[in-house]
Every structure is written in C-alpha cells, then in structure tokens.
Design a protein around this ligand. Structure first.
Ligand SMILES: Nc1ncnc2c1ncn2[C@@H]1O[C@H](COP(=O)(O)OP(=O)(O)OP(=O)(O)O)[C@@H](O)[C@H]1O
Ligand SMILES: [Mg+2]
Length: 297
C-alpha cells in the first residue's frame, strides 16, 4: 500500500506560509468592510466565531491579499506572557559561550546573538510594509494578558533593557527575530514600529475581554457558512469536479450542524475522502469525520 497524498490544507511545505495560498479564502462583502475598517484605522481586528469558521485562516488570507506574508504567529495558551512575545534574552547561553571562549582566549560573543524578538516584537520592527501578526486564541490566555497587550498596542514600541544599558559605542546591536535567519539592528534598545502592524486576534469566546481592550479593537464575528458558501469553499479547496455527488454529504453536514457543533473543514475532510474513493457509509466512517464538537466525554 502506498502512502496517500495529503489534502492541500494538511501540507507543511514552506509555501504554506510565504508562497501562494493553497486555496482562496471566501469572505462576504460585509466582513470585508470590517477588515478594511481595521486596516484603515490601524486597529487590531478581534475575530470571533465558532470553531472552523475561518478565524485563523483570515490572517493568512489578509497577508496573501496585501502581499505582506509570512504571518507572524503567536499561539496563546495559559502560560503565554507578553514578555516572551516581545523578546527573549538567553543570558545563560551567553554566559556558557563566554566561559568557553575565555578558556580558548577568544573574544566574548556579542549580545545580539542571544536576543531574539518574539512574534509581537518582530511585528513592531520598523518597516514601510507592515507585517501581519496573528494572536491566536487570546481567550486561552491569562486574564491579565489583554490589558498587558493594550500598552504595547497603544505605544507601538517597547524597550530591551539589556541593550538600552550598553555603552555608547554599542548603541546599535543586530538581534535575531521571529523569522528564521533574519537579523535587524536595534538602536539604544528601543524597537518602535513605523506602521502599526496588521494585528488579527482570534477568540473562541471562552473568556470575556475587558471593555478597555474591546474599545481599542474592531470586532468581526464570522458567521457559520450557509450552504452556498460551503459549496464554494469545497470548490475552492478541491476543485469544481469535487462538487459532483456531494449533495448527500452537504445535507448530512447541515443536518448534523447545531450551532458551533461542526466545523467547515470536517465537510472538506469528508469530500476529500470520497474523492479519493473511500466509501463513507461503511462502519461509521461518516460519524468519525462529521463528529459533533464539544461532545467529547
Ligand atoms: N471562508 C473560508 N474560506 C476558505 N476556507 C475556509 C473558510 N472558512 C474555513 N475554511 C477552511 O476551514 C479550515 C478551518 O479554518 P480555521 O482553522 O481558520 O478556523 P478557525 O475559526 O480558526 O477554527 P478554530 O476556532 O478551531 O481555531 C481551514 O482549512 C480553512 O481553509
Ligand atoms: Mg483557529
């Protein structure tokens, strides 16, 4: 048996980030207006909606549309801290290297090799072309994180104290960024954006955000796709031929879909399998693919 080819949305080549988008992103005119408002106002876009409604994909679609990829990705969990997203300083690694080199009578390593900007820090690096920053699932984070973010979003800058206190002849230091192999000069330890980045914050609504935070965001609630949009998404991902003989799958999907209980990509999975000649009716395979979300015990 040969190893099957992956669906386009489960391929992990570098082109997924920076090259052509695997499939077009389908979005209604009303939603486009909201995205444009956030771009014009230079405000973060807070995107809510049920699982699989395309919240995270929207960031990649915007980056592709504006040709400002790759997206800087900050996935949030309960341990996520603002500081780590701005920069990390590996003091221990530097000390170890310095000791090694001293033993070999070599010069000590430059501090810039041990300062790496995180996704938020990299998004604030001055450039004429703003980057897209995806703050994914902010509602999974600590309760204070939205407020911590506010200050940086308001000021568009932050300081790296370890660099700020270096002597005058070391006022410019090249540091690492969230982009592999990239370095940027930081002057006197201050990083200040030239253009506010395109910030997409997603939330599954597990936590309410404070009013002071909400006030500074533009809000977009992505609706669950209707039947027509679903067919368009299938066509965009799998081609026009994939639309033939899927009426029963779409019906099944819509029939099972209580609000928030089925994600769009579950239908894509079902259509992909059928296209590959898999009989979904056998041995509960359809239940395995179109299983309702939020019902796991
Ligand atoms: N409007 C759309 N146009 C094209 N593809 C879409 C759209 N909405 C969802 N998809 C597809 O569905 C899949 C899930 O989308 P995505 O991961 O962006 O959802 P999400 O809202 O971030 O879900 P979660 O809350 O679980 O993180 C992706 O493979 C994406 O390509
Ligand atoms: Mg997501």
């Amino acid at each position: 048996m040969s190893f099957p080819e992956a669906p386009s949305w489960r391929r992990f080549t570098s082109s997924r980030e920076s090259g052509p988008r695997p499939a077009p992103y389908l979005i209604g005119a009303a939603e486009v207006d909201v995205v444009n408002a956030a771009l014009h106002l230079r405000r973060p876009l807070l995107v809510t909606g049920f699982p699989g409604t395309g919240k995270s994909s929207l960031a990649h679609a915007i980056a592709h549309e504006l040709d400002i990829g790759p997206v800087l990705h900050w996935p949030i969990n309960s341990r996520s801290a603002l500081q780590d997203a701005l920069y990390r300083y590996d003091a221990v690694g530097r000390l170890r290297e310095a000791n090694l080199r001293r033993g070999r009578q070599q010069t000590e390593p430059g501090i810039g090799n041990y300062v790496r900007l995180g996704p938020l820090g990299t998004a604030l690096v001055p450039s004429n072309r703003p980057r897209v920053l995806l703050v994914d699932e902010l509602d999974k984070g600590d309760v204070d994180l939205p407020n911590d973010l506010l200050t940086v979003f308001e000021e568009g800058q932050f300081e790296v104290p370890e660099l700020a206190r270096l002597p005058e002849d070391e006022s410019t230091v090249e540091v690492l960024t969230d982009d592999p192999d990239d370095r940027i000069p930081v002057v006197r330890g201050r990083v200040r954006c030239a253009e506010f980045p395109v910030v997409i914050i997603t939330s599954n609504g597990e936590r309410e955000f404070p009013p002071a935070f909400l006030r500074r965001c533009i809000r977009l609630d992505l609706p669950e796709p209707n039947e027509e949009r679903l067919r368009d998404i299938v066509e965009a991902h799998l081609g026009t031929a994939a639309l033939a003989d899927i009426d029963d799958l779409v019906r099944e999907f819509l029939g099972r879909r209580a609000p928030g209980e089925l994600a769009t990509d579950q239908l894509l999975n079902a259509v992909f399998l059928r296209k590959g000649g898999v009989d979904l009716e056998v041995s509960g395979l359809l239940d395995a693919v179109l299983h309702r979300l939020g019902r796991m015990v």
